[in-house]
Design a protein around this ligand. Structure first.
Ligand SMILES: [Ca+2]
Ligand SMILES: [Ca+2]
Ligand SMILES: [Ca+2]
Ligand SMILES: [Ca+2]
Length: 633
């Protein structure tokens, strides 16, 4: 008896121990199956429970063919019963499938909505399910927005769809949008005829001075010396110029004096068209898509209803744009005659790091010989833009200049927003086409680049645009970069990998692996930090690197972060937060074939923190039981 009691106790303990081990394994096993079912490589899949509700809720998510269904009858359903079901729905069978027996592809009677037909079939006890014939498409490397007129925006994606265009003669916007579609943090000033800030394809992308919009009328709430400047500012002091011809000369006077105001509404159309090219709301099933789908456009009205303005008004506008934090100023205008005041204003914008994108002009002029201003000022922040057409040919009337014009961009047959009062809000605005429409494509790209390479200055953004163009013959010798902008080449130049994985293989090594998607890097920079610490550079690799074994004396149970940055002569990528990964180290990381964890329940790489933590605590349970057992003995 004396011997038996402790023996029985130990046996109970052992039972408890095995039970816990089993529970542990079960926990790991369930974790594993949960991981697999959420991943791509499904092995065994339990059949989804089909209800009318589950089918209808799926129906709302996809595109499908009107007037068709795929109907599955329960196996063993008599052919006559199936035919009767079709008869009730007024449907005819198009075909059936060998690989999925009992499924029939049916055509519905005219006017019967797919959802109603599904409900009808699902009420039949012989029917296992009835579902829409969904439309799928090839997995694409492009991002195609839903905007109604996007198909006409050849400048962004040219499939030869417009005016006998050439497929591929575009700025590759749909590929660039894989990296970024813009950011509300980027303010773009449109110095122009104003902008229709109420346009429904622009409104939510318009800059707002919130302290004024929510402030007191008549009071300069943000003390920027402009009272009630909620939506921008109108600097125009002359609404109409009149010319007087005398014997020797033509002189101009203002025939309709106006006073500046807090209303930058566009009365011409030009400014709204420019704004839409830069930043019409993208993917909203409405109108057009801007190069930036989201941004903040600051309307600075410096040109009157006839598209004319003076340097004195323009300079005030530049001052305002700089003061209100614009990253880029779009100047789709200019003239001959060098103004020192305009020179000084753009020089000041340059010293504030503001990029100045200027139209090269529309007079077939060589700007190297006869400068056109502001495009021809020699500042490092100016990008001077010539116009190309839908066949990647320089527009004949576009100004050029091998030293003074920088780059080409699409400028003809450009559909964009105009004030809602004109042409129902969208127009090609052919009377203004050319470099006026080319410049905002470059401005939009600058904004797109700023939204990803947020650490870059105006010189670096300018270099990213001018260095990664598509060389085109009709610009060779005509503009300094010899090419037309390419948004994808610029955006992907130093693009950080999105799929970094970490795998601890020993106490001294963590392996890093990723896909190299950057196209213009000279080096990869591997950076590591401990939780709460600062990143340190641990290695510099060459171009196209995609893995790295990080050897280090890792601390046990410590969270390490990694990120990859890329660099070349232009600069170093920012270290985008989304691309950062972390791992918690373990003293004895599981090696391949290790059985202790059971059921492939491994700790470490590719798992999120809570999962790792849960696994760790579950695995500690048996140790705890052993400890208890030993103490009892
Ligand atoms: Ca103010
Ligand atoms: Ca106010
Ligand atoms: Ca739109
Ligand atoms: Ca690469």
């Amino acid at each position: 008896m004396n011997d038996k009691a402790p023996y029985k106790g130990v046996r109970t303990m052992k039972k408890l121990f095995y039970l816990l081990i089993c529970l542990t394994l079960a926990a790991c096993g369930s974790q594993k199956s949960a991981d697999i079912s959420s991943g791509a490589s499904k092995t065994t899949v339990s059949k989804p429970t089909v209800t009318l509700q589950s089918i209808l809720s799926e129906t709302d998510k996809g595109k499908y063919v009107q007037g068709e269904l795929l109907v599955k009858f329960k196996s063993g359903t008599a052919k006559a019963s199936a035919q009767k079901a079709h008869l009730i729905a007024g449907a005819t069978v198009i075909r059936s499938f060998k690989i999925v027996p009992d499924v029939e592809h049916v055509r519905l009677s005219k006017g019967l909505a797919v959802k109603n037909a599904i409900a009808q079939y699902m009420s039949n006890p012989d029917v296992e399910y009835a579902e829409p014939n969904y439309i799928r498409k090839i997995a694409s490397t492009e991002v195609i927005p839903s905007d109604l007129y996007f198909r006409d925006q050849w400048a962004l994606r040219n499939t030869g769809q417009y005016a006998y265009g050439t497929e591929g003669a575009d700025i590759d916007a749909t590929e660039a949008w894989r990296v970024s579609t813009g950011s509300y943090d980027i303010t773009i000033a449109v110095l122009d005829t104003g902008v229709d800030y109420n346009h429904n394809d622009l409104a939510s992308n318009m800059w707002r001075n919130l302290s004024e919009c929510n402030g007191v009328a008549g009071v300069d709430d943000d003390t920027n010396l402009f009272v009630d400047d909620c939506a921008g500012w109108n600097f125009v002091t002359c609404e109409s110029f009149e010319d007087f011809e005398d014997r020797w000369d033509i002189s101009f006077t203002c025939s309709q004096v106006s006073t500046e105001s807090n209303d930058p509404m566009d009365e011409n159309g030009h400014g709204t068209h420019v704004a839409g090219i830069i930043g019409a709301i993208g993917n909203n099933q409405t109108g057009v898509a801007g190069v930036m789908w989201r941004t903040h456009i600051l309307p600075v009205r410096v040109f009157n209803q006839f598209g004319e303005g003076t340097d004195s008004d323009v300079v005030r506008g530049i001052d305002y744009a700089v003061k209100m934090g614009a990253k880029v100023i779009n100047a789709s205008w200019g003239a001959y005659g060098e103004s020192l005041t305009l020179y000084n204003a753009i020089s000041a914008a340059n010293s504030h790091g503001v990029l100045f994108v200027a139209a090269a002009g529309n007079d077939s002029n060589n700007n190297d010989l006869t400068p056109y201003y502001p495009a021809s000022y020699p500042f490092g922040n100016i990008i001077s833009v010539a116009a190309t057409d839908q066949n990647d040919v320089r527009v004949p009337f576009s100004n050029f200049g091998y030293t003074s014009v920088d780059v080409g961009a699409p400028g003809t047959y450009i559909i964009s927003t105009v004030p809602t009062s004109m042409d129902n809000g969208y127009s090609y605005l052919e009377q203004d086409s050319g470099t006026s429409m080319a410049a905002p494509h470059v401005t939009g790209l600058a904004g797109l680049l700023y939204s990803y390479y947020y650490n870059f200055d105006s010189t670096q953004i300018r270099n990213m645009i001018l260095s990664y163009v598509n060389l085109i013959p009709s610009l060779d010798g005509w503009v300094s970069s010899r090419g037309r902008i390419n948004a994808a080449r610029s955006m992907f130049a130093l693009c950080e990998p999105y799929d970094l994985t970490l795998n601890q293989v020993s106490a001294f090594q963590i392996n890093l692996a990723w896909t190299d998607i950057a196209t213009e890097e000279s080096n990869y920079l591997i950076e590591r930090k401990e939780e709460g610490g600062a990143y340190v550079l641990v290695a510099t690799l060459g171009q196209n690197a995609n893995s790295y074994p990080d050897n280090n004396n890792f601390k046990d149970g410590t969270k390490y972060y990694y990120r990859l940055r890329l660099k070349n002569w232009i600069g170093e990528s920012p270290g985008v937060h989304d691309n950062e990964r972390s791992i918690i180290t373990t003293l004895n990381p599981p090696t391949h074939g290790h059985s202790g964890g059971g059921g492939g329940c491994s700790i470490g790489a590719k798992q999120n923190v809570p999962t790792s933590f849960a696994d760790a605590s579950v695995m500690l349970l048996p140790l705890l039981v052993i400890a208890v057992l030993r103490r009892r003995r």
